[in-house]
Ligand binder design. Structure first.
Ligand code: ZN
Ligand code: ZN
Length: 315
């Protein structure tokens, strides 16, 4: 069954004059557990990774992998992995690089997602994760030419601490609107006029709750806008060239918040699923990832050249 967003009662483009200029296209991925193959777009699961290429590994030092036995992406870091070691052994470990294999997160083909700015000569984007959704370079992007892959790596190494449920996708094209701090003052005033005045916090401008509810889609998506309710909105700058970065892929613990069954982002196909059931939990969290503190984050790519290093920012 195709998954599509419910139509909200309020159409922002209709009620806020001039906001359509700031709208940006996004693709909700609507992941759901399945058995995707390496030659389709999907989350988790097998990648179109050449058999002859080494599998990428975490090369960080002082990595969370040394400090945790718990599942990745949770906030509870258990120091049990190092607790049985002597001071010298711990020091040696921390000096070495980590070497844990990276975990496939997302694979997207240009044929399915032409809105992604693929670097010349590539038609597959692969995002791999080293676990621990905290630091800015926990995600690595690989841009690949599918025609150059003749044999796929059959059994890549696995980080046993990380589980990403393989999911097939059901892409839906939508329109996102920016986080309110990205908008000029006159547009923000029109939002407040249309949707009800919001209380400014400590002299800072704010937007009505209804705008937050409708402007940027939660869940896994390509492009669009990231909302910044929990941390101050950063300006994400490319470390390679200094250009500004834009949202490439949003990773989210939830497709919509389980505590908000009336969310406008609950797909119509999930409308009949009873709350407080396992089926409902799985529909809200099909990938089984916990991003940050059970929230979401964005993989940002350079607006001048997508081949430059991607960056991750978490809410
Ligand atoms: Zn590591
Ligand atoms: Zn750049």
């Amino acid at each position: 069954m195709t998954r599509t967003s419910e139509r909200p009662d309020v159409d922002l483009a209709e009620v806020v004059p001039g906001i359509d200029v700031y709208a940006s296209p996004a693709v909700r991925l609507h992941p759901r557990p399945g058995q995707p193959e390496a030659w389709v777009s999907h989350i988790g699961g097998p990648l179109l990774w050449p058999a002859a290429d080494p599998w990428p590994r975490c090369d960080a030092r002082f990595c969370w992998h040394y400090l945790s036995d718990g599942p990745a992406g949770t906030s509870s870091v258990q120091p049990s992995r190092v607790s049985g070691l002597s001071v010298d052994e711990r020091t040696d470990r921390l000096r070495a690089s980590c070497d844990v294999p990276l975990t496939p997160l997302v694979q997207l083909y240009r044929a399915d997602f032409p809105e992604i700015a693929f670097p010349a000569g590539s038609d597959v984007l692969q995002l791999l994760w080293r676990g621990g959704f905290w630091d800015r370079d926990c995600i690595r992007a690989y841009w690949r030419d599918s025609a150059s892959v003749f044999a796929v790596q059959a059994a890549p190494p696995v980080d046993v601490q990380v589980a990403v449920r393989p999911c097939v996708l059901d892409p839906e094209r939508i329109i996102d609107f920016p986080w309110f701090e990205e908008l000029p003052g006159d547009v923000l005033r029109r939002i407040n006029d249309a949707l009800g005045e919001s209380a400014a916090e400590e002299g800072r401008p704010a937007a009505p709750a209804l705008y937050h509810r409708l402007s940027a889609a939660p869940g896994f998506k390509v492009g669009g806008s990231l909302a910044w309710p929990a941390v101050e909105m950063p300006s994400v700058i490319c470390p390679d060239c200094g250009a500004s970065c834009t949202l490439l892929v949003q990773l989210d613990t939830y497709e919509w918040l389980p505590s908000d069954p009336d969310s406008p982002w609950r797909p119509s196909a999930c409308g009949d699923v009873a709350e407080d059931t396992e089926e409902y939990e799985n529909a809200c969290s099909p990938v089984g990832l916990v991003v940050g503190r059970a929230t979401y984050g964005g993989v940002f790519a350079c607006s001048a050249d997508s081949a430059h290093a991607v960056q991750f920012r978490c809410q």
